[in-house]
Design a protein around this ligand. Sequence first.
Ligand SMILES: [Zn+2]
Length: 503
Amino acid sequence: MSTNTPLYQQYPLHITNTLTATKQLFTPIKPPFVGLYVCGPTVYSDVHLGNVSTFTKFDFIYRYLVFLGYKVRYVRNITDVGHLVGDIDEGEDKIAKKARLEQLEPMEVVQRYTNGFHNVMKQFNNIEPSIEPTATGHILEQIEWVQKIIDNGFAYEVNGSVYFDVPKYDAAHPYGELSGRKIDELRNATRELDGQSDKRSPLDFAIWKKAEPQHIMRWNSPWGEGFPGWHLECSVMSTKYLGETFDIHGGGMDLKFPHHESEIAQAVACCGSAPVNYWMHTNMLTVNGTKMSKSLNNSFLPHELFAGDHELLEKGYSPMTVRFFFALSHYSSQVDFSNEALQGAEKGYKRLMNAQEALASLSHKQGALNEILEAEIQQHCKDVLSHLSDDFNTPRAIASLFSLCTKINDFKAGNADVGGISNSTFEQLQFTFNGVINDVLGLQSEAQQSNHLDDVMALVIELRKQARADKNWAMSDQIRDQLTAAGIQLKDEKGGLTTYSLD
Ligand SMILES: [Zn+2]
């Protein structure tokens, strides 16, 4: 095939579509353009490692689509209103609750945790989405959708709130397609309404909620002051930026039901067509085989992980090690976090980085062709991309990268002659090895960066030590405070040693 053929034609992509539960050839609506929507974070607390794992896995997916030559519009929202503590229609708004507890404006809560989220995404080298819309920025559009769904007969207003009529929808279109749930089973599994509820059926969900007097986040609407239901924002923002039907919608597996199921129903009820061609769901992160949860004290924040500052961590692990660790499992498999697995990932990451350095140091000058070696390297290069095109199989692609590492190390050590392969194969090796490591897996060398910082921090720590020896507490405090403001934490260990970690 000519080198001008886009990679997506040379390595046709197959995706496991969770809507059909089959692996399908990916056919975008309008190639080379691809629309990708991923449900973003609810910004009411620090982003935890489970979120990081979800967004990093979609970062691999996004990066590979781009690598294949697709022009991707990647939309990932920020949920800044409407996500209730009870996850469905109960409880306080998560952001309003945090604002009340910390005596902040809700938008201060949103800004603080949005900034924190962005910082963490940068540390893990995740690429920013093309558009990052917020729910509060799309209230008018959400009100229009509610009105259309009412007009089309699939929602009803009671006492200032508007509910989506699930049984009525199900009579016209099957409800539960994505999660495989049947409406009768759902009915049996749901509590009966307690008479207090305005809903006609316990399966119905709010698309607009009336704001009670104490509720601080509120907007005017045709049904009085209120706020949008959580599921609605993603329907509205995905179709606004990607079209009424778009290519790929992703999210964590826990969002399949009811969030994504409701998104499909809302879109069909409003626009008359299914919104998404390929649904993709990433699996969960566990710690030593157990689900991550605050109450089990096994959930880490990224900065605790980097510093090794948690009783379950034997030491700190760098963002690149953790990123590589995420790539070692298929996105649809559960990832189990353990010191052993992390230390394995650390070794693997270093192996790739060292081989990359070795490759950069090789200069190619063709000698007598070694046909076996030539064929082997070509095959490994093809395998890397074939695995990635097979439903983004990063672990198998990494195994093929490791086979290439062995060859590169042989060249470097003089066990094999790099001149034994042709110039085009050498270029293919550079393109595949470096392209996949840096552009698809998003791994970068952290050695240089952190060495500079280590040098500077050694100096700063020494100056602070001197200030303390001189009993210049003001200076010593100033150093610590300004470092904290810059996101660098000092830790005085036993024995007089001071270490630092990044937020
Ligand atoms: Zn969503």
